[in-house]
Design a protein around this ligand. Structure first.
Ligand code: ADE
Length: 243
């Protein structure tokens, strides 16, 4: 049996995510029936005339905080609409654990992902705390990097692209995934090996030639050269910082 992945994005800007998700590989994955993605408007789960989603922070401070009431109603409704045994609730926040290839790998085997895109200063902490007490949910607060975006939408798109391409059957040639898994996918945060440099035709361009070894036909030597390149590139670009 093929595992089908249902993805729900919850946002006050559904249009922000709809078009990108309809394109390219993700769009094809949707057409093939392997993945089903829905953009949900958080404001559809409000109960006041103004469709309010935020309020001022307790304890003071700048900005607004997204209310737990509306998020709770949205997440309950969206989770009740699927038959998945477990819902992976992903709350996008710069204060979360860092997204990685291994997290993408793990999430690609899920049945149901819910991406909660916060705006403003973020979502009331009790949303995380509440769903962590519910056995049918697995809750992760996730950041895609150490920088601050205006909201979680772009982060959700990044995660969805990384996850969907790993869903079995989505990439026609699983060899390309297997090759990657020898490099960046081996990450345990600091155990990343960057990809070796790649070349195509023409063999000479603006005075620059393709490294001769790549046209030698010697696959053993090419494999060794690529591995050395990957290691030296990794040392140069991502030097290990030691205390
Ligand atoms: N929301 C704002 N900044 C973010 C980040 N870096 N990762 C995930 N969600 C965010």
């Amino acid at each position: 049996m093929v595992n089908k992945l249902k993805i729900d994005v919850v946002t006050i800007f559904p249009d922000y995510v709809v078009m990108p998700l309809a394109q390219s590989l993700i769009g094809k994955a949707g057409q093939s029936g392997l993945v089903e993605i829905t953009a949900n408007d958080l404001r559809d789960f409000t109960s006041d005339a103004h469709r309010t989603v935020d309020d001022t922070p307790y304890g003071g401070g700048a900005g607004m905080v997204m209310m737990p009431t509306v998020w709770g109603d949205a997440i309950d409704s969206i989770s009740n609409a699927t038959s998945a045994a477990v819902h992976e609730l992903i709350i996008l926040t710069p204060a979360g654990e860092l997204f990685s290839q291994s997290m993408a790998q793990e999430l690609s085997l899920s049945e149901h992902l819910i991406f909660a895109c916060g705006r403003y200063e973020g979502i009331d902490q009790r949303v995380t705390d509440h769903y962590r007490t519910r056995p049918e949910f697995r809750v992760r607060e996730v950041s895609i990097g150490n920088y601050v975006l205006n909201g979680g939408e772009a982060a959700a798109l990044v995660m969805i692209e990384a996850i969907v391409r790993l869903v079995p059957g989505v990439i026609g040639n699983p060899e390309s995934l297997a090759e990657e898994s020898h490099s960046i996918a081996a990450d345990a945060q600091d155990e990343v090996l960057l990809e070796y440099p790649i070349y195509t035709k023409p063999s000479k361009w603006r005075g620059l030639s393709v490294p001769a070894i790549l046209t030698s036909g010697n696959h053993g030597l090419i494999a060794t050269w690529r591995r050395e390149q990957a290691i030296s590139r990794t040392e140069q670009i991502r030097p290990k910082t030691r205390e």
